[in-house]
Design a protein. Sequence first.
Length: 166
Amino acid sequence: MGGNKCMVAEVLLSVLMKTSVLRSPVWIVAILLLGCLRAGAQAPWLSDYNAALAQARTSHKPVLLDFTGSDWCPWCIKMDKEVLDTPQFKEYADKNLVLMLVDFPQSKQLPQKVQDQNTDLQKKYAVEGFPTYILVGKDGSVLGQQEGYLDGGPTAFIAKLESMKK
């Protein structure tokens, strides 16, 4: 997604270049940097467990494991739309979490390595339903868990995550 925003910045820049005020190299660099830096501000959802734990160790943030059926589970889709895809949650996550998607889709094919890893994680954390959100420390130890959809939008979900960290 970040790359797309950088492309948008580049297209906008090419249009604005037609005005003489913005032809200065300083303005060109500033516009490109602002677009690309803002695009990278959002924490990405990782799909590799070991990479997520490594990032947790270096960033000193816990990992939020999102066990989901992204393309078939109605409660997962609702939680994504009403909580995880909101600016409020994205801002919180960027500052406080390493995000990992543990997906079990039905209509899209994941690489076999990711499928195997996700199945192993489902067994390891005894996940029986979707969505399930598990907050783990840098060593993979469980700090807390939310099973199912949580009413209250991003504010309620963030409060739940904060209570798990204590």
